[in-house]
Design a protein around this ligand. Sequence first.
Ligand code: XMP
Length: 516
Amino acid sequence: PVLVVDFGAQYAQLIARRVREAHVYSEIVPHSITAEQIKEKDPQAIILSGGPSSVYVEGAPLLDPAIFELDIPILGICYGFQVMAHQLGGVVDKAALGEYGKTEAYIDDAESILTGSPAEQTTWMSHGVAVNDAPEGFKVLAHTEGAPVAAMANKERGLFGVQWHPEVKHTPLGQDIIENFLHKEAGLPNSWDSSSIIEDQVAKIREEVGDAQVICGLSGGVDSAVAAALVHKAIGDQLTCVFVDHGLLRKGEVEQVKHDFVEATGIKLVTVDASDDFLSALEGVSEPERKRKIIGEKFIRTFEKATRQIVAEAADKGAEIKYLVQGTLYPDVVESGGGDGAANIKSHHNVGGLPDDLQFSLIEPLRTLFKDEVRAVGTELGLPEEMVWRQPFPGPGLAIRIVGEITRERLAVLREADAIAREELSNAGLDRDIWQCPVVLLADVHSVGVQGDERTYGSPIVLRPVSSEDAMTADWSRVPYDVLAKISTRITNECREINRVVLDVTSKPPATIEWE
Ligand code: XMP
């Protein structure tokens, strides 16, 4: 692999994704990694990420110096570039001029990692520290107003560095730098794409599972669908999928799972229609945390019951269900090196709380993948496009998009309004610009309207389109007025109960993306 050493900002994941976009496999490791540990991983190249520190400050994270002697090509980016310059004897100090945002870089030599660059290029910078002198043996390839050394190379030792951020889209020629490093300097071929991912995973799953039986819960979302399809490709009918229909999905989503998905894959699917059960448990409940709790609990109990039955049926045939598939993605498992060098491991549980006597080993075929790769794999496996490109949708579903009590009538209204909004946003080609667009029914709010000369007293629908990178923070999307107008007109025309459509113009924070 190519190892991306994380110096503690949010850039490491972005770099790892760009490396994979260059068709080379990458993994993220914490900056506290030692030369010995690196040798064990046997990487073909290393990239040092940016980070929030200054190298000359006491306690700043540095690299095990022996790593520079391993004879593995290394590219330092931003803070990682300064670490390289500092640890190899260059002069790194507070910059005379800090550079933040768009910055012109002047290319002194368009060679090595800058091969193909024009004499000047626009870059995205974020530094208050600069490399004033490159270490001995390095050639200066570029400078900016605030950075006497903005890019450098030591071809004999295979060491390279760049002050700006080639991984961000605001550096238009950034990907060239990453590809020059990987392909030209480190000599790595294209070897990572969705068909190679599928081939790899299928082989791994077959080897691990052997002739055992496997179970997988489907949610209607991208991750569980792709995970299931991959496992099915590997072991066919040894896989049984369980889909709990809690009655809180959007228009068309149940059919998508029960028909389109099954048709595309041939997967053996057990559907549990538990909507009556969920809706009666939710009767009279309007407090959001109570809704979430009830749905979470019910979901586990329902899944458990279905699972027990499948386990029992398998046992009757002398088979044993040994594995449970989970759609965990790479961002959930990355060990990142925070400021103090301690590894911080996040783990994600989609199906928690199964009782002790239902113990399965986990299969996580998407554990090494980013979301865009999961989508590419899903497409390659022939899954329905609406499923592969589905925007994030919360587990508790429409229950937390009805502010107030949940009834079948209210669900039907919200389903219609949501379907209209989704259709019009798609027609306008905005699906991939918008992170997600919750459509919310303020069921207990009533306002006066006039439709066909008649007074109405209906409820408002809120549109909540947001842009985001990871849902941790978000901004409201500037959807064109004519698209909003169309959605508004159609919702008030087609949903009799709705006489007002409003737009949520709050970022996160202070608001959250969902209303509940
Ligand atoms: P908030 O509303 O907290 O949402 O800004 C952040 C992201 O998480 C999604 N979300 C959930 N996803 N189960 C989920 O699987 C949940 O209970 C849940 N609640 C919120 C939300 O849609 C957004 O993408």
